[in-house]
Design a protein around this ligand. Structure first.
Ligand SMILES: NC(=O)C1=CN([C@@H]2O[C@H](COP(=O)(O)OP(=O)(O)OC[C@H]3O[C@@H](n4cnc5c(N)ncnc54)[C@H](O)[C@@H]3O)[C@@H](O)[C@H]2O)C=CC1
Ligand SMILES: Cc1ncc(C=O)c(C(=O)O)c1O
Length: 313
């Protein structure tokens, strides 16, 4: 299974560098483009770190891969075969950038978006040739989570869909093909969980730290091995029927962003990126936490059956 020889990643913030590292690991010449020069400087450091993580993971490495960095979009897109858009999650911005990309590439170039859940058909309205456009939703951190949601829009061609699945598998990643819905699958599940977690903390049922402990060592640990559908069979559909019969109507069904979050955002408390959010972080805490998270994710990944392997669970 081959991957494109030349790949361009547009947007080098949280996600771009790890994505670039995975493509380069698979042998592609990757060009990383951003409008902010400092973002590229940070990206170069991030890519080097991701490469070290992939070495530690023992991830397969194909010769010939490289990563370069530029603030010149024409240079970034010249001769490219595959573009991954990873700019901020704003429909207007993404549409503008997608149109900018399409104007610079050949008719054969595939354009993919790492959008967290904006419908691909909607973003595709910005393109003259939406048949070449598809959703390619990586999960954070992209160089460690070996599952990518493949989300065709209504105009996406079958050939582009099949080619993207081939590329994802060439990384040694699981490609999950989905019909397009807002938020796709992973974030619909994640945001349902986050909604309930935030409600439980906000209502004083449990503290932030104890909530994390409960979820990590309860469903988090279990779901890393047993998926939700298999878990239903393991628990018993009769048990689910009894519990859901009284519990589903009692779960949080708030829409919008809870004040627990919006108040913090309004006061500039964004989490790791601002030194404080749900928790507060002192000097060096975020870097240490990032390193420990990567170390533990790597250890768990090594303990699990490899992606694409014949896992009986
Ligand atoms: N952060 C996360 O955990 C995940 C994010 N995503 C999605 O990936 C996309 C990117 O997210 P992040 O990396 O977190 O965003 P980010 O805000 O960390 O990085 C975005 C980058 O795009 C650059 N940028 C802004 N305007 C640009 C333009 N016109 N042309 C080129 N570059 C431009 C910014 O300078 C920045 O470096 C979003 O759609 C997001 O929803 C998907 C999975 C996980
Ligand atoms: C909070 C949150 N929101 C979106 C995404 C991905 O689109 C992630 C993730 O990939 O981890 C996330 O944690």
């Amino acid at each position: 299974m081959s991957i494109p020889a030349v790949v361009t990643v547009v947007g080098s913030g949280t996600m771009g560098p790890g994505i670039a590292a995975v493509f380069a690991r698979a042998g592609a010449q990757v060009r990383v483009y951003d409008v902010v020069a400092e973002a590229l400087t940070r990206a170069e450091q991030a890519v080097a770190m991701c490469e070290g993580v992939l070495d530690n993971l023992g991830s397969n490495k194909v010769d010939g891969g490289s990563v370069s960095y530029t603030t010149d979009i024409a240079e970034a897109l010249r001769g490219t075969e595959f573009v991954l858009e990873a700019v901020p999650e704003r429909e207007d911005l993404k549409k503008s950038v997608l149109a900018q990309i399409e104007a610079e590439v050949s008719d054969e170039t595939i354009i993919a978006s790492n959008t967290s859940g904006i419908p691909i058909t909607k973003l595709g309205e910005a393109l003259n040739a939406p048949a070449r456009f598809i959703g390619m939703h990586w999960s954070n951190p992209p160089h460690l989570i070996p599952m990518i949601e493949v989300v065709p829009g209504e105009q996406t061609s079958d050939a582009v869909r099949d080619r993207l699945i081939e590329i994802v598998n060439a990384f040694g990643y699981e490609a999950v093909l989905e019909r397009e819905v807002p938020g796709f699958v992973e974030n619909r599940v994640l945001y349902a969980i986050m909604r309930e977690c935030l409600a439980l903390v906000d209502e004083g049922v449990i503290s932030e730290r104890d909530l994390d402990t409960a979820v990590r060592w309860g469903i988090g640990y279990k779901l890393a091995v047993v998926g939700p559908m298999r878990l239903l069979d393991m628990a018993g559909l009769d048990i689910y029927t009894s519990v859901a019969g009284y519990l589903n109507r009692d779960l949080s069904n708030t829409d919008g962003v809870p004040a627990f979050i919006s108040d913090r955002v309004a006061s500039g408390k964004l989490g790791f990126k601002s030194g404080g959010g749900i928790f507060e972080y002192g000097e060096g805490d975020v870097a240490a936490l990032r390193g420990e998270i990567v170390r533990q994710l790597t250890a768990v990944r090594k303990a699990m059956p490899a992606p694409l392997s014949d896992n009986p669970v």
